[in-house]
Design a protein around this ligand. Sequence first.
Ligand code: NAG
Ligand code: NAG
Ligand code: NAG
Ligand code: NAG
Ligand code: NAG
Ligand code: NAG
Length: 355
Amino acid sequence: MEATEKVTNLVQIIICMQDQLITKVPKRSPLILRMVVLIFAIFCGLYIFSICMKQTDKFKETNPPKIQVINRRNRPCGDTRIQESDIPYVHFPKPDMFNRQECACNPVRYFVIVSMQRSGSGWFETLLNSHMNLSSNGEIFRAQDRRKNVSTIVKTMDKVYNLDWFSSASKNECSAAVGFKWMLNQGLMKNHEEIAKYFMRRGVSIIFLFRRNILRRMISLLANIYDMDAKLLNGTHKSHVHSPHEAQILATYKPTLNVTTLLSDLKIADDEVAKALEYFKNTRHIVLYYEDILTNRTKLVDVQEFLKLPRQNLTSLQVKIHRGPLYQHIGNWDDVKKTLRGTLYETFINTDYKL
Ligand SMILES: *[C@@H]1O[C@H](CO)[C@@H](O)[C@H](O)[C@H]1NC(C)=O
Ligand SMILES: *[C@@H]1O[C@H](CO)[C@@H](O)[C@H](O)[C@H]1NC(C)=O
Ligand SMILES: *[C@@H]1O[C@H](CO)[C@@H](O)[C@H](O)[C@H]1NC(C)=O
Ligand SMILES: *[C@@H]1O[C@H](CO)[C@@H](O)[C@H](O)[C@H]1NC(C)=O
Ligand SMILES: *[C@@H]1O[C@H](CO)[C@@H](O)[C@H](O)[C@H]1NC(C)=O
Ligand SMILES: *[C@@H]1O[C@H](CO)[C@@H](O)[C@H](O)[C@H]1NC(C)=O
């Protein structure tokens, strides 16, 4: 269609030019005039011909489209059946440290779990890692030296996405999704512009995992900080536990919340989440909430579909620490209730869940 349009335009231009030439230049030298028109016509003919050739070339290129596009990107696996819209998100990494062998032609997707401390991301990551074809390598940016500046961050991510990062989560050469967990306060928000560009450039997908009830998150945060010193489990500090008995012991500590700063603290957490969603809104992403996954395991199917993984039942050995109604877990429950009444956060104390 484009080609025919161009040709018609050109023909119109030629006709106009001829008209002009003929009307403007008087009968003075008809031979020269004819020569000019002839040369011009030949030139235009060649031009139209070249456009047509280009167009047919393009058709040739796009007709078996997927294969051609992948080949052009120097991918080793020309015959992989991948949807066009998926092309930016599939990769065929060539690790320096090992050979992907029979899975060299299995596409790999890059992801990152973006979350905040005590939002269930540890549990969520163990669930994901129970998938045969997924490796999530933990909080790799907990280490300060890896997030010193943008270049150290990029270098670290390059290594992870090239499958050259080794952790207990590393799978064999048949990984189909590789990623890690990143907390907002681990250099992610600070360097969001460059990181968003990196995600777009490399086709990384984000799994946002937040907690709806940020009051519960606060309790978990305070209890975890307390246990760093108190070490309630036989003298060792644990952030995650694997038995109901251990969970029960950790939950015996009831933090007292500072009601002076409670509202502003909750707002700060809320704002961080809103900002993160805004900063990375153009990156391919899915937003999940801890509470939803707890009550609706279909959310885990959503995640597997998002990463285009073969569907599997995901399992975790971790046990939730603060179960049951909220009042059991707060030292100054009455004060907290009074402070939150009539505010945006009142729902946190009213619509509690029984887990
Ligand atoms: C980033 O940090 C590394 C390691 O300290 C340093 O070698 C490098 O020069 C820094 N790059 C920039 C751009 O500041
Ligand atoms: C998942 O892993 C298995 C076993 O390693 C492998 O046979 C299979 O091809 C992998 N699937 C994908 C989609 O990579
Ligand atoms: C603490 O140690 C005792 C004795 O070794 C053991 O019976 C108990 O289960 C341990 N408790 C926890 C919470 O690990
Ligand atoms: C609550 O936080 C404020 C501001 O940080 C502080 O001045 C105050 O002492 C705290 N109150 C309690 C009871 O810890
Ligand atoms: C559970 O999650 C699925 C997938 O997101 C959703 O379609 C469904 O409505 C949810 N069910 C309930 C009861 O919320
Ligand atoms: C997952 O678990 C459910 C219920 O336990 C079972 O019906 C289903 O067959 C399992 N699916 C797979 C793929 O193992």
